[in-house]
Design a protein around this ligand. Structure first.
Ligand code: ADP
Ligand code: MG
Length: 684
């Protein structure tokens, strides 16, 4: 049976509007910004034998501008020691570095002055004069990573690790990776000692780091590669020492994201013996003052960890015995669960604390727990790295303050910003749709799900897609409402699901797994899923309810158009009531389109932009905290029908679908597998 035909009821014309399994256009490169005119041809100082880059040979092969599907193998995981050239040879000169950074829109800033009370991202001259705070911000130009092959040749990264990267098809580093990896792997190589000296900092003990890079731009690898490599380096130094010592803690705001990071990490660490564990409720990790010689659990599981890295949930469903101590090299956790375990315990062996989605982790919602974990990491040489697609200046200020209070003043805090701050990725098409009322949203969503003809003013949406609602109640109600919109023959109500935090852990992981497997096509969710989650095939995002901040918009729509995939569509419905707080979102859309080089007014017409009222600071704060007033709790229903009416209607539609299903089966058995019969839709 042709799923495409089934799902799009109506004419053949509309059938082509829905394409379920077809992912977004395959990108030729995972990089977002690739503007060679911003830079000029680079040349190496010396021979380039260890690198695949040869700028003078073939214009297609110019460093990162080469397509991902390049025929020449870039990564040489089995490179012999003698192939590893003298590191200094592959250094770019200052001018080259500047050009590469510029062409990829990478901006590094030294936020070194821990004395600064406050750092502002952008200050007009007037403001600067007013505040009189010298914040000591300086531009920096560290060496970029020109290709993953440099890992072996220049950064002497574990052969197994680079082999794992190649196995997963990573050929060209994304912007955030090419910018941050040298700095995190070998800061003293990335920044020359003379520059460090001039700016009064040292790189010997590493750097504290803050990266602001678009959604889906590969931040996870950017922090996992250095994390895994530092453990391998230590082990290589300690002859034969393979004991698991907790060296890295990764904090992420949701279980789903923590879980995803564990899976990514395990794929990368396959065969290296580095153990990556997701923190669970009853799990115990060796903390200070605990004797941790009971390693029976650890020995038993470490093999499977490194060998079944790609399998999801492999350890998660096993109940953790209360007395079991789990040893790990890298622990991935949500703030609450680790904080609950720690209480007054400390984590003295941890050398690297990674905050993924750092702005939300340091936001009031999680701040106390995150700072608690940070101070539990008592090792003097702890380094902090923070990652997000959005970052308020208050968060930077908070980081500086905390770092200062830990007394690591000679260690620099370096910020990397990729592209324009606080914009959505250029690969997404944005659409704002006015629906007047709540009821209008439901009509509009149904129209997106079942386009009647190609002349609809609605944008084309291809399944699978994510639908964001403001509250759990609304996500549940919308799910109830749409349950029968997908015909039984195409999987019916199993194709649509709601995911939110009031479901059990196992229900949550099962829904995520089914969505990843392509079994669920419409996933209705709350802001629980807005950050970090990487569903590769998501073709569209629908903001059924307007996001409550510009950052929320950027993160929600960033679930599509990942890793340079073109064609993702982000639709935002708004009612009369939303007009009052739409300005910041309209601004993000317009700025993002400008950055992508699109015609102005494509997503937001000028008349709309001009007529939207500005929002006050306090108003923004309230909206972010509580959401749109009339959609809170049970105030506004998704539909005007009562629950009783809806149940009745659902039963009726369920019965119709069931009867159609039976008829279909009869027809199919008559025609012996007549799978290609066209189905006219539930109303057909
Ligand atoms: P972010 O954390 O920046 O939102 P992720 O780390 O989740 O992004 O990565 C988004 C997607 O990009 C993932 O599916 C990942 O596998 C892919 N990806 C990361 N780095 C590369 C690369 N160098 N080349 C191709 N794809 C990549
Ligand atoms: Mg991420």
């Amino acid at each position: 049976m042709d799923i495409l035909k089934i799902l799009s009821r109506g004419t053949k014309k509309s059938a082509s509007q829905f394409e379920i399994q077809k992912p977004l256009n395959q990108p030729s490169t995972p990089q977002l910004y690739n503007d060679p005119t911003r830079g000029v041809k680079r040349k190496r100082k010396e021979d380039q034998s260890a690198s695949s880059l040869n700028v003078d040979d073939d214009p297609d092969e110019i460093n990162f501008f080469a397509p991902r599907t390049t025929k020449k193998p870039i990564v040489e995981p089995t490179a012999k020691e003698d192939q590893i050239e003298d590191a200094s040879k592959s250094l770019l000169d200052e001018e080259e570095v500047r050009q590469v950074l510029k062409s990829h829109r990478l901006k590094f800033t030294l936020l070194s002055s821990h004395d600064a009370k406050r750092t502002k991202v952008k200050k007009s001259k007037k403001e600067e004069a007013k505040t009189k705070v010298k914040d000591g911000k300086k531009p920096l130009f560290p060496q970029p990573l020109t290709s993953f092959s440099e890992f072996r040749s220049t950064y002497n990264i574990s052969a197994r690790l680079s082999e794992n990267l190649a196995k997963q098809g990573y050929r060209i580093p994304t912007e955030v990776q090419l910018g941050s990896l040298p700095l995190l792997l070998q800061p003293d190589r990335a920044i020359s000692s003379s520059v460090a000296e001039e700016l009064h900092f040292k790189t010997k003990r590493g750097v504290d780091f803050l990266a602001v890079a678009p959604t889906g731009s590969g931040k996870t690898l950017a922090f996992l590669i250095p994390a895994i490599n530092s453990i391998l380096r230590r082990r290589a130094g300690e002859t034969g020492q393979k004991e698991h010592i907790l060296e890295v803690v990764v904090v992420a705001p949701t279980r789903e994201l923590a879980h995803q990071i564990v899976n990514e990490g395990r794929k990368l660490a396959q065969g290296t013996g580095v153990k990556i564990v997701g923190m669970k409720k009853d799990m115990r990790i060796p903390a200070e003052g605990e004797i941790d010689d009971d390693l029976s659990h650890d020995e038993a599981s470490s093999k499977s960890d490194s060998e079944t890295g790609s399998s999801e949930d492999e350890e998660d469903d096993k109940p953790q015995k209360e007395t079991t101590t789990t040893k790990a090299d890298i622990l991935v956790t949500t703030p609450q669960i680790l904080r609950n375990f720690l209480k007054s315990r400390t984590l003295p062996t941890v050398k690297s604390l990674i905050l993924d989605e750092a702005d939300v982790l340091l936001d009031p919602l999680f701040r106390e727990q995150t700072l608690g974990i940070w101070s539990a990491c008592s090792n003097k040489s702890l380094r902090l790295t923070c990652w997000s697609a959005t970052m308020g200046s208050n968060i930077e200020g908070l980081m500086l303050e905390q770092l200062k209070s830990r007394g690591s003043s000679s260690v620099p805090l370096i910020r990397l910003v990729v592209g324009l701050k606080d914009t959505a990725v250029p690969s997404i098409n944005h659409k704002l749709i006015y629906t007047a009322t709540e009821q209008g949203k439901l009509f509009a969503l149904r129209q997106l799900l079942h386009p009647k003809s190609s002349s609809d003013s609605m944008p084309e949406m291809r399944l699978p897609f994510l639908v964001f609602a403001q509250t759990i109640e609304r996500a549940t109600a919308l799910h109830d409402e749409l349950k029968f919109d997908i015909p039984a023959e195409a999987g019916g109500s199993t194709r649509i699901a709601a995911l939110h935090s009031s479901l059990s852990d196992s229900a949550r992981s099962s829904i995520v797994a089914r969505f990843r497997a392509g079994e669920i096509w419409v996933l209705i969710t709350t802001d629980l899923l807005m950050r970090g989650i990487d569903f590769r095939g998501v073709n569209g995002v629908i903001n059924y309810d307007v996001p409550t901040s510009a950052a929320a918009y950027i993160h929600r729509v960033g679930r599509t158009g990942r890793a340079g995939h073109e064609g993702g569509v982000a639709v935002t419905f708004y009612t009369t009531e939303d007009v009052a707080h739409l300005k910041s979102i309209a601004n993000v859309i317009s700025l993002s389109e400008k950055q992508a080089g699109k015609k102005s007014e494509e997503g937001v017409p000028k008349w709309l932009m001009d007529s939207l009222p500005k929002m006050g600071k306090e108003e923004k704060k309230q909206l972010k905290k509580h959401g749109v007033e009339s959609r809170r709790g049970n105030k506004t229903k998704i539909t005007t029908q009562s629950a009783w009416e809806r149940r009745k209607e659902n039963n009726r539609r369920g019965a119709i679908a069931g009867s159609k299903n039976r008829k279909m089966q009869e027809v199919n058995s008559d025609t012996q597998g007549g799978d290609d019969g066209e189905w006219g839709g539930i109303d057909g």
